[in-house]
Design a protein around this ligand. Structure first.
Ligand code: ADP
Ligand code: NA
Length: 340
């Protein structure tokens, strides 16, 4: 009963970086040829930790500019921000009442973000995966392209869909609806760079929320900054191995090869076939050239788009107009199923 529909979202919080691009945004683009695509700016997720209001508005436009500059076409894909379609909040509440607290407590991202202070973070931070399930299931999305760090949240989305379908099974049937009311959504975690690591420390992921990490490549960096960051990236003294097995135990080397492969639309073995046996003095400049040629024009286009915020705002408004009827179609059924 489900079409091929893709949903994914990114938080407008902090600096967009190369990990967001390779793990998510870059992979959104070709899906426009094969699927109906909905790409969301999840501003309601962002406020699970404090955001300055003006900064949130700026970051919302910046992420929208990144989507557009990367090649997402607002005539084909739906691009909008979450807070403009109230059904996200409404379905999230229903899911808060379907999901169990124990499921939320097991989320590693919550544990990481809450740290030792778990009594004094927002309730929203704990409930985050329930809102994420609502984002996806409101559109009955069949596929969700994300980075590897979102795998556990996607599993929870599947659990929530299954529990809703089961708990309300009789009511779903009584309302003449398909027993599998919500799809069991498939994550799309593919390609060579599903988890880009920090260029300073290969044991950490590249992340928006680590302000001390100066090595992070921002999507607004210019050519000079990109090249410098690659030149300074931590490496070991060994040359690149000819085979993929040779990357085991070499997190930094593995990460740079993965980044090269993702930017070149190649596999890691293909990259090693070209660079195996060569040293960093050869590989790093090649990677810098490749990264600059992809990222610097995108940064320029983002800056150009950000010079015209009214156009960005109207793209988001049009996207919300297109998303709303799809969301309402699901919510109309959900309200009847639940007994509202
Ligand atoms: P962040 O994790 O940077 O705070 P989000 O949680 O908004 O950003 O994630 C946005 C998208 O970017 C998600 O699909 C996430 O999986 C992906 N992503 C984030 N960091 C990385 C990374 N280091 N490598 C690959 N993908 C990433
Ligand atoms: Na993330």
């Amino acid at each position: 009963p489900f079409t091929n529909r893709v949903f994914s979202g990114i938080q407008p919080s902090g600096d967009l970086h190369l990990g967001n691009y390779l793990g998510a945004i870059r992979r959104f683009v070709p899906l426009q040829d094969t699927h109906e695509c909905i790409y969301c700016v999840v501003d309601m997720h962002a406020i699970t930790v404090w955001q300055e209001p003006e900064e949130l508005r700026r970051a919302t436009r910046e992420l929208t500019a990144a989507y557009l500059a990367a090649g997402i076409d607002p005539k084909r894909a739906i691009i909008f921000n979450q807070s403009r379609v109230y059904q996200h909040a409404e379905l999230a509440w229903v899911f808060n009442c379907v999901a169990r607290i124990g499921w939320m407590n097991r989320m590693t991202q919550f544990k990481d973000k809450a740290g030792k202070n778990s009594e004094n973070v927002s309730l929203g931070l704990l409930a985050y995966p329930s809102l994420m399930a609502a984002d996806i299931l409101l559109y009955k999305a069949t596929h969700v392209p994300v980075g590897d760090d979102q795998k556990q949240h996607l599993e929870l989305t599947r659990d929530i869909a299954a529990k809703f379908n089961n708990d309300y099974g009789d009511s779903i049937e009584a309302n003449g609806l398909d027993r599998e009311f919500f799809p069991i959504t498939e994550p799309l975690i593919t390609g060579p760079a599903t988890l880009v690591k920090s260029l300073r420390d290969g044991s950490k992921k590249m992340s928006k929320s680590d302000p001390s990490d100066q090595s992070r490549i921002s999507l607004l960096d210019d050519a000079d900054a990109i090249a410098k960051k690659i030149k300074r990236a931590t490496t070991d003294p060994e040359p690149l191995p000819p085979e993929i097995e040779g990357l085991k135990g070499r997190a930094e080397a593995d990460n740079l090869v993965a980044i090269y492969a993702a930017l070149a639309d190649k596999t890691k073995p293909e990259v090693l076939a070209e660079f195996g046996g060569k040293g960093w003095g050869v590989f790093k400049p090649a990677l810098a050239d490749l990264a600059v040629s992809t990222l610097a024009p995108m940064a320029g286009e983002m800056r150009r788009l950000l010079g015209d915020p009214a156009t960005i705002d109207s793209i988001l408004a049009e996207g919300a107009e297109r998303a709303r009827p799809l969301a309402e179609e699901t919510m109309r059924d959900v309200r009847r199923i639940v007994g509202f």
